[in-house]
Design a binder for this molecule. Structure first.
Ligand code: WT7
Length: 663
């Protein structure tokens, strides 16, 4: 666990919502919050049923709210039918919002394109018809490997429209990772682009698809649709590969939505766990959509005239819920940004907020920390003081703990001291926010994600699943099923049960995988970091076992152990301890092998998984029974002295070797 309980509990700054903010808030005042929580407490199904009827348009109304008969495979609104794309597009056009801008797309080099709700509906319908024309049917899996683009949103919405289950793979993942996900999902089609544009450079994307499809296990793929982003070189395989524009040409812009059951899988999204194999987190249609809408309205206080900007990539769950689905299902206007925060300079985000008059801004602590550094180093260009940020009303943070210093800077320099900062805790598995302040309700304490979203029954328990006292650390759990929860792990229901509803805790509590503590007086939650072998590197979730498997797949490597260490900007950095099949390398040779291994991991998983540091040993520190002592490796990674008793170690002399970092 990365944060110490003491440092959290020492925080005593409190920021109350202003009267002006409260006067206009969708949920205003602690009494309103408590009333919602009390309603859920008193009649859980009544509460969620009411919200599902008020916030979603159903083709066929549901009569059952929650079916627990197959627990922990819960079903929400099981006899209801709906379509997510209808709720995001047609509903808004029918309500007279056809000419309203849905998406403001800003390209890497700054070009701006606006797409209205009518235009977006037409693009989605045409692309949906193109998919149908290629034989894609309800329930088929479609892999999307696209850069940040209007097309990315269109592709996801088109799948939702025809009931195909999408599985978006982040464009930074390698061919090998892509292959693994295609095979596990049994996908019939891939949607990709020729190249992606980031930081002023064009980076090929299609070659990774071509490579993935030569690695075996991908016979389920019939076609690859390629969106021409740059017109750069792309090899098209005859009979398999088709250009986006060609498949769309001549398609009707009318496509009747496929009305699916509320439990129909809207998407799979692969995420890291504590084994080497990523898990295909399966989400539903109805319950997921409900939470996307509710959190937009309550956590972000979204209003009809707002411009909303979530800076995540659609390859992560944040991009799914808060780019592709949530803002559109609320009829909002949102920014889709292709580029990176540091191009053409580190003032990019602040300039875009100014230019587009963004009202609600949602980003990750790692981005904030790197922009603080850039602002300090380059105050005339990169500092937010150079921009007019007065349009902002609400700020959000997501993906990792936000340290109080970064929180204060964000609040003061971006939010002008007037915008509440929503530190939203959630996970790929939870579909949307589960612990978060509400901006017109919650007194804010930097470093705490504060209180549960109304209706989500969060708690902190001990090893036996019993609530711990406030002020004591424990496992973060959710005590009752909630509408937007993970439904299963694709192809692996047993792993779903074992990972999330472990028997040690009684089999009924959802185990988030994070440690947490509640403040002894306020009950506010603070997240203490993962309790499993999962790292959080720049807000990206990485399994240590995945990186270890990648390392040992290199012919030189006999054994590897990966741990995290605190990093100023990234939150956590990846440290790998490696034993080679040959003598421990030193000097230039060690450097050369480090390079080779880093590139190898980049090739196996993606650049985000490259170890920041590699250390070589003749062996790893092991107990006499052969268990690797990771605790010691973490201490060494931090550069700290080992003070605990190492007499149970088989090979204590190894520790000296493992202090040496190859630079
Ligand atoms: C893990 C989930 C949430 C969507 C993006 C990441 C960490 C997430 C916070 C926060 C402290 C946080 C947790 C969690 N995390 N948000 N506000 N404060 N930690 O989704 O990739 O599924 O990762 O990210 O460790 O378990 P994810």
């Amino acid at each position: 666990m990365s944060t110490s309980i003491e440092s959290v509990l020492q925080e005593n700054r409190v920021f109350n919502p202003s009267p002006e903010f409260m006067a206009q808030a969708n949920v205003s005042g602690m009494d309103a919050y408590k009333a919602l929580c009390a309603e859920a407490e008193a009649d859980y199904e009544g509460y969620w049923g009411r919200l599902a009827r008020e916030h979603i348009v159903w083709k066929q109304p549901f009569s059952t709210v929650l079916d627990e008969s197959g627990a922990p495979f819960y079903k929400w609104f099981p006899d209801g039918k709906l379509n997510v794309s209808y709720n995001c597009l047609d509903k808004n056009v029918e309500a007279g919002l056809g000419d309203k801008v849905a998406i403001i797309f800003e390209a890497d080099k700054g070009e701006v394109t606006k797409v209205t709700y009518s235009e977006l509906l037409s693009k989605v319908a045409k692309f949906a018809n193109a998919l149908k024309n290629l034989g894609v049917k309800k329930g088929d899996r479609v892999v999307i490997y696209l850069p940040m683009s209007v097309e990315g949103v269109v592709a996801m919405q088109a799948c939702a429209r025809i009931g195909a289950t999408h599985s978006v793979v982040f464009g930074g993942f390698s061919a090998q990772s892509l292959r693994d996900r295609i095979e596990d999902a049994g996908a019939v089609l891939i949607i990709t682009a020729d190249e992606q544009c980031r930081g002023g450079k064009n980076i090929p994307l299609k070659p990774a698809v071509d490579e993935a499809l030569t690695l075996g296990g991908t016979d389920s793929i019939r076609n690859v649709i390629v969106y021409k982003r740059t017109g750069g070189p792309a090899v098209m395989v005859e009979g398999r590969d088709l250009w986006w524009d060609d498949v769309v040409a001549g398609q009707s812009d009318v496509c009747e939505p496929e009305w699916v059951e509320a439990e129909h899988p809207l998407f799979l999204l692969y995420t890291s766990g504590s084994t080497g194999k990523p898990k295909g987190v399966q989400h539903s249609t109805g319950g997921y959509l409900l939470h996307a809408v509710l959190t937009m309205k309550w956590t972000f206080d979204l209003k009809p005239d707002d411009v909303f900007w979530c800076t995540a990539d659609i390859g992560w769950v944040t991009g799914h819920t808060y780019i592709t689905y949530g803002p559109l299902a609320c009829g909002g206007t949102e920014i889709v940004f292709e580029g990176v925060p540091t191009f053409p300079d580190a003032g990019r985000f602040w300039r875009m907020i100014q230019d587009h008059k963004v009202n609600i801004f949602y980003t990750a602590p790692t981005a904030i920390r790197s922009l603080i550094k850039a602002a300090d180093g380059n105050p005339d260009v990169a500092h937010p003081k150079n921009f007019d940020l007065t349009s902002l009303r609400v700020l959000g943070s997501v993906g990792e703990p936000i340290n109080p210093e970064a929180w204060m800077w964000y609040h003061e320099h971006i939010g002008g001291g007037r915008c509440p900062v929503m530190d939203t805790f959630w996970q790929t598995e939870t579909g949307g926010h589960v612990i978060t302040p509400l901006p017109g309700v919650t007194p804010l304490v930097p470093g705490s994600c504060t209180l549960p979203f109304p209706g989500i029954m969060v708690s902190v328990v001990d090893e036996a699943g019993h609530d711990v006292e406030w002020g004591k650390g424990g496992f973060l759990v959710i005590k009752r099923p909630w509408p937007s929860m993970i439904r299963t792990i694709w192809n692996d229901p047993e792993r779903f049960k074992k990972s999330y509803f472990p028997e040690d805790l009684g089999g009924k509590l959802y185990l988030a995988g994070d440690g947490a503590v509640r403040d002894a007086t306020t009950g506010y939650f603070t997240i203490m970091g993962r309790i499993d072998d999962v790292l959080n590197v720049s807000g990206h979730r990485m399994g240590t076992m995945e990186i270890e498997s990648a390392l040992v797949s290199h012919p030189l490597v006999a054994e590897a152990a990966v741990v995290g260490k605190p990093h100023d900007i990234k939150g956590e950095a990846i440290v790998a301890y490696v034993v080679l099949k040959r003598a421990r390398p030193v000097g230039d040779e060690a450097k050369q092998i480090v390079n080779e291994l880093r590139n190898h991991v980049g090739h196996e998983i993606g650049p985000i998984a490259k170890p920041d540091e590699i250390r070589f040993g003749d062996n790893l520190p092991k107990t006499r029974s052969g268990k690797i002592m990771r605790r010691l490796l973490r201490t060494l990674a931090k550069g700290e002295e080992i003070t605990s008793d190492v007499s149970t170690l088989e090979n204590p002399h190894i520790l000296e070797q493992l202090k040496e970092v190859v630079k």
